[in-house]
Design a protein around this ligand. Sequence first.
Ligand code: PLP
Length: 407
Amino acid sequence: MIRINENYTKLQASYLFSDIAKRVAAFQEANPEAEVIKLGIGDVTRALPQACIDAFHQAVDDMATEEGFHGYGPEQGYAFLRDAIALNDYQSRGASISADEIFVSDGAKCDTGNIQEIFSTDAVVAIPDPVYPVYLDTNVMAGRTGDFEEGRFGGMVYLDCTEENGFFPALPDEPVDLIYLCFPNNPTGTHATKEQLQTWVDYARNNKAIILYDAAYEAFVTDENLPRTIYEVEGAKEVAIEFRSFSKTAGFTGTRCAFAVIPKELKAWDADGKAHSVHTLWNRRHCTKFNGVSYPVQKAAAAIYTDEGKAQVKELVSYYLENAAIIRKEMSALGFNLVGGDNSPYIWINGKTDSWKFFDRLLNEAGVVCTPGAGFGSCGEGFIRISAFNSRENVEKAMKRIRKALA
Ligand code: PLP
């Protein structure tokens, strides 16, 4: 009799987005004339930059010729893309990452979900609360947790991110092996300083732990004093893996391209205390289970590193950041405490009431959809997340309606 992986039965059904959809549908049925504005989902709304489109078209044309045709490519990604990433995202910022430490993939979701496979099943995992749910669920699937009780999984170390600690987690009281950090953060929109990240890098070095650093929203960092990569922090190359994505940087959510950086000096140990290269382990895993991102998509991604591409990405990101500034200004003026939106597309607002109650109020009184913070973990209760991914017109209209409803 074939049996299932029973860890899957521990997973909590995520009702967040289906509950939102149900409430929106009910509102729409009761108010068929109302035009609902969605500022809830983390998907981008604007088209791919022209430089990406041109490179994409050219690469498709290449595929139509014998000379330009590309079959299976290198699993780790084409050199033209890995070289451009190493130079522009790392070396130009003083971080000595080389092209062969970069693994191109089809998404940071897959990478952040799959990476745990190469570590022992009894590794103690620390996870922020609130959190991007992929980190938690993939560890549940792998059997690293106990049962779900009173809103949390046994065996998991939760790192509370609250107003009191400025949404930056304190070091844990107990030893942990794998630490998930995400900056700029989804859902809180906060970023961390180099000094703050240094405390975790030092912790990881002293405890032989590894930091899994999700920087999917790196492109939104405009404050020059804030780090664009964890490798700007001293010692990070010994203890950190960084995940990046072209999804939010250049509108690739539907095109799919991302990468993980695994420095060669990163080590993890076996039960006998022998050190192993994490880079070698991931390379083995990647080559066994993944066959590379398509040639046209990698060509489109590489185009963001041309002068034209850089200017277009900057314009794209600025557009969403200006939306975020409008949201910040309006919600602050209404008296709400909030964070995020300055180096991130998300604004995390203390609604001074139950998350879902505030969600319902915005929907029913303003026709605006946000995301209730409680859906991201127990520390998210009382908050809502508003996303800047929408048109300027819709953001301005939504804020006007919220002002009218709540003032
Ligand atoms: N990491 C974080 C923190 C995210 O919020 C998201 C998407 O919303 C992802 C990763 C997924 O990125 P990708 O589209 O590259 O899979």
